[in-house]
Design a protein around this ligand. Structure first.
Ligand code: AMP
Length: 343
C-alpha cells in the first residue's frame, strides 16, 4: 500500500525573533514550514505556499532534503517573503507581535498541483482563512482535515475563520486564542462552542501546561473531506462513546502533559510543530482510531518540546527518530498512574 501524504498550506516565512536567550534575524520560519518539517518525520509531505525571490536557496534545499514536495511552493520574482517579527518576555507562551508583513501572501491564490489534490490528510496551517478555504475547495479525497490559526486572523477575519472551522474535522487552537475567539473564559465551555461549529475534535494547546483534546459525542463519521474513515472510530470498543460514555467528562477525551524543560530558548512554531507531528503520525498509520489520535497528540507534544530548544528550525534540523522515540516514552512515564486503592 502506498503511503498517505500530508498536504500542508500556511505561511512560509522569514522570522525576526527576540527571546531572553538571544535573537534570530530573518531566520527560516512560518507555520507551514514548522508543520511540514515536523510531519516529515513520519510521512511524505506536500507543501502549498509562496515565497519571494529573497527566500534563501538553502532553505528550499533543506525542505527538499526532508523529502517535502515543494511543487506547490510558488516563488514570486521580485517579491518579498512573508516576514514576522516578535518578542517573548516573561510568559514564554505569549508572543508579542512587532510586525506582520504579508508581502507575497497578499496576492497569493493557491492553485494545487494536480498531484496534490488527492492527498488524504490535509492541514490548513496558520494563514489567511480565505486561503485555507481555497485549498479546502480543491481537495478531493481527504480522510482527515485539520486547521490552526492565531490572534491576527481571529481579530481580522473571525467569520471566515468560523467557516473554516465548520468544514474541518480537527481544530488546533491555543488557550488564549480560544478565549479570544469565543469570549468565554472557561476553556471547557469555550471548546464546546467551537465544537458546536462542526469539528469533531478541538485540540487546545496550553504551552508549558500540555494539550487537551475535546471530542464531540456521538462520534460522527469521519470525515467532512469526502472519504469515510477506513477504520471506524469506535472500533474495538475504544472509541469515545464507549470509553467515556457521552464523549468524555465535559467533552474532554484526552489530556497530555508537556515535557518539563528547564530552559525554553525560542517558543516560535511550537504550535505548528505540534500540529505537524500530529498529522504526520496519523498519516503514517492511516487509522483514525481513538488510540491513534491519543498517540498523535503525544507525538505532537514530543516534536514541539524539541522545537523550543533552539531558535528557528535549528533543533528540528538535527533531530533524530531515536530521540523522538525516547522522549515519547518519557511522556508516557510522566502521566502513568495506578488505579485507586481508596475504595
Ligand atoms: P506559533 O509560534 O506556532 O504561533 O507560529 C509562529 C509562526 O507563525 C512564525 O514562524 C510566523 O512566521 C508565523 N506567523 C506569524 N504571524 C502569522 C500570521 N498572521 N499568519 C500566518 N503565519 C504567521
Amino acid at each position: 500500500m502506498s503511503q498517505s501524504h500530508v498536504l500542508i498550506v500556511g505561511s512560509v516565512a522569514l522570522d525576526s525573533v527576540q527571546t531572553p536567550s538571544g535573537k534570530a534575524e530573518r531566520a527560516l520560519g512560518g507555520a507551514a514550514t514548522y508543520s511540514s518539517v515536523a510531519a516529515s518525520f513520519f510521512a511524505p509531505v506536500r507543501i502549498v505556499g509562496v515565497v519571494g525571490e529573497d527566500f534563501p536557496a538553502e532553505h528550499l534545499a533543506f525542505l527538499k532534503s526532508r523529502g517535502i514536495d515543494t511543487e506547490g511552493l510558488q516563488i514570486v520574482r521580485g517579491g518579498k517573503t512573508f516576514h514576522w517579527a516578535g518578542t517573548y518576555e516573561g510568559d514564554m507562551n505569549q508572543a508579542n507581535t512587532l510586525a506582520t508583513e504579508l508581502n507575497v501572501f497578499s496576492d497569493f491564490r493557491p492553485e494545487l498541483p494536480e498531484s496534490y489534490k488527492s492527498s488524504e490528510f490535509v492541514f490548513l496551517a496558520n494563514i489567511d482563512p480565505e486561503l485555507q478555504l481555497k485549498v479546502l475547495d480543491q481537495v478531493t479525497n481527504a480522510k482527515l482535515t485539520a486547521m490552526d490559526t492565531m490572534n491576527f486572523w481571529i481579530a481580522g477575519k473571525p467569520d471566515k475563520l468560523r467557516e473554516v472551522m465548520s468544514r474541518v474535522d480537527v481544530v488546533f487552537i491555543n488557550d488564549a486564542e480560544l478565549r479570544q475567539l469565543t469570549g468565554e473564559a472557561n476553556l471547557v465551555r469555550a471548546a464546546a462552542q467551537v465544537r458546536a461549529l462542526g469539528p469533531s475534535y478541538v485540540i487546545v494547546k496550553k504551552g508549558e501546561h500540555g494539550a487537551v483534546m475535546y471530542c464531540t459525542p456521538p462520534v460522527p463519521p469521519l470525515c467532512k473531506g469526502g472519504k469515510e474513515a477506513s477504520a471506524p472510530f469506535d472500533e474495538g470498543g475504544k472509541g469515545v462513546s464507549t470509553s467515556f460514555g457521552e464523549g468524555g467528562i465535559g467533552g474532554l477525551c484526552f489530556a497530555a502533559a508537556s515535557y518539563p524543560l528547564e530552559e525554553v530558548i525560542d517558543p516560535t512554531g511550537a504550535g505548528d510543530t505540534f500540529a505537524g507531528g500530529f498529522m504526520g503520525y496519523i498519516a503514517s498509520t492511516g487509522e483514525l482510531t481513538h488510540d491513534n489520535l491519543r498517540r498523535a497528540v503525544v507525538y505532537g507534544s514530543t516534536l514541539a518540546s524539541f522545537n523550543v530548544q533552539d531558535f528557528s528550525l535549528n533543533r528540528l534540523k538535527r533531530l533524530t527518530k531515536a530521540e523522538i522515540a525516547e522522549r515519547y516514552e518519557e511522556f508516557k512515564r510522566i502521566v502513568f498512574f495506578e488505579e485507586t486503592d481508596a475504595r
